[in-house]
Design a protein around this ligand. Structure first.
Ligand SMILES: [Zn+2]
Length: 270
């Protein structure tokens, strides 16, 4: 598959020229591509045009001090790992939940953010949403999408799990607990049905991969609506044998006597 053919497929799928595009991808699903993962990056840039902004997750495990100029990504795939190292690409500074961006909105998307939640309204994902950006899932599903974590933050879901993360303050590294809406994320796959029912998800092939294209606002709106009815809709059922979702369920505070939710056990750390 040539860069040109890939770019045409991306435009046919609905990638907006001049838009903001957040891409989650597994290159293994897309290949073979002329030029490898960098060929895919060039095809994405070509589909977006010079006025477009390309964004990818470059998360790290938080086990060592984070330096956006040197720390490799963790589990984000070869495309994102090569993308953030390219000249002209910016990378945000969150010690666990960083993103890389290139284009007119890159600086705004990568601006400093609170440590918790990593994917809340004031985060790269929140800014892609506010800018009316699109989300491209290329060879991966909604379970790999950070945009639904933004919906969880906006809906103030009652579960929260904290992970130790090294932060550097005044040159001194120390470990803090960062609270996030963590679970196995398999439940995010439900977004396929919600968006298809509303005609808000474009699907097709890009290279050899199954691709999904949606607007971040549509996905967040659909999820927030479901979460208002069932705040635990994304968690595996109790007794389903999912350890991560069991931990998330156990973090839900008991209803207080006044009928509301008590403060979570794990308060955000800033
Ligand atoms: Zn689960």
């Amino acid at each position: 598959m040539t860069e040109d053919a890939l770019a045409r497929q991306l435009r046919a799928l609905g990638v907006r020229e001049g838009g903001v595009l957040l891409v989650h991808t597994s290159f293994r699903a897309v290949r073979p591509v002329e030029g490898g993962p960098l060929g895919l990056v060039r095809a994405l840039r070509r589909a977006l045009g010079p006025a477009g902004t390309l964004v990818m997750p470059t998360m790290t495990d938080g086990a060592a001090p984070f330096d956006p100029r040197t720390t490799p990504t963790h589990g984000m795939g070869i495309t994102a790992e090569l993308f953030w190292r390219l000249p002209g690409v910016l990378r945000s500074g969150h010690p666990g939940g960083s993103f890389a961006a290139e284009g007119p909105h890159a600086e705004a998307i990568c601006a400093p953010q609170p440590l918790s939640p990593p994917h809340g309204p004031d985060s790269p994902v929140g800014r892609v949403h506010d800018l009316g950006g699109q989300v491209l899932l290329l060879g991966v599903g909604h379970s790999e999408s950070t945009t639904l974590h933004l919906a969880e933050a906006l809906a103030a879901v009652p579960y929260s799990v904290s992970h130790p993360t090294v932060v550097v303050e005044d040159g001194v590294p120390r470990t803090v607990m960062i609270a996030e809406t963590d679970h196995c994320c398999r439940g995010f796959a439900a977004a396929d049905a919600w968006l298809r029912a509303r005609g808000q998800q474009r699907e097709g092939k890009v290279g050899a991969a199954d691709a999904r294209l949606l607007s971040a606002r549509d996905a967040v709106a659909a999820a927030v609506e479901r979460l208002a009815r069932d705040p635990l809709v994304f968690l595996c059922a109790p007794g389903a044998g999912c350890e991560e979702c069991d931990v998330a369920r156990a973090s839900v505070p008991a209803p207080s006597r006044r009928g509301g939710w008590r403060r979570g056990r794990s308060s955000p750390v800033r």
